[in-house]
Design a protein around this ligand. Structure first.
Ligand code: FES
Length: 164
């Protein structure tokens, strides 16, 4: 009996928290985690850092998982409002365009496959050749990148951001 009450309470808390954060916190992107774009990316320019090989399964955050949720990336408070954070090991960049709105994108630049370097000035920045992507939707804001960064599915569970 007490187990059921505990589960119900936890689920209620999770749903309440997600609801409080807003529908924007649940991001349903068009890209599945770990999947690469349909067209293979051209080789990175000499002296740049290419993405890890296809087919590898990146480790995530603390590796913790829960039923209905993927690996933990970090907490919402780790992601600055109006900015973002690159999770290099997971090949994901998480942004918070406005308070409580969490978005996630591939950290692999669509130009030649470098890992984006940072998030600043409202853009996700690849320093290999200067491409910039908007934190709000991953679309190209400048540079040679031909396509937006593919979106990843994430869920906010309390303060924790998890991959789906
Ligand atoms: S790989 Fe060229 S700008 Fe990112």
């Amino acid at each position: 009996m007490s187990k059921d009450i505990g589960r119900t309470s936890r689920r209620t808390v999770m749903m309440g928290t997600v609801g409080a954060v807003g529908a924007g916190a649940l991001v349903a992107g068009c890209t599945t985690y770990g999947r690469t774009p349909d067209a293979p990316a051209p080789a990175p320019a000499e002296g740049t850092a290419p993405a890890p090989a296809e087919g590898t399964t990146p480790a995530a955050g603390d590796g913790a998982t829960e039923p209905g949720g993927g690996a933990a990336l970090g907490s919402v408070s780790d992601v600055p409002v109006g900015g973002g954070r690159v999770f290099g090991e997971e090949q994901v960049v998480v942004t918070q365009p406005s308070a409580g709105t969490i978005r996630a994108f591939s950290s692999i630049c669509t130009h030649q496959g470098c890992t984006v370097a940072n998030v600043s000035g409202g853009t996700i920045n690849c320093t290999c050749h200067g491409s910039k992507f908007r934190v709000a939707d991953g679309t190209v804001a400048g540079g040679p990148a031909p396509e937006p960064l593919p979106e990843h599915d994430v869920v906010v569970d309390g303060d924790q951001i998890r991959l789906r």
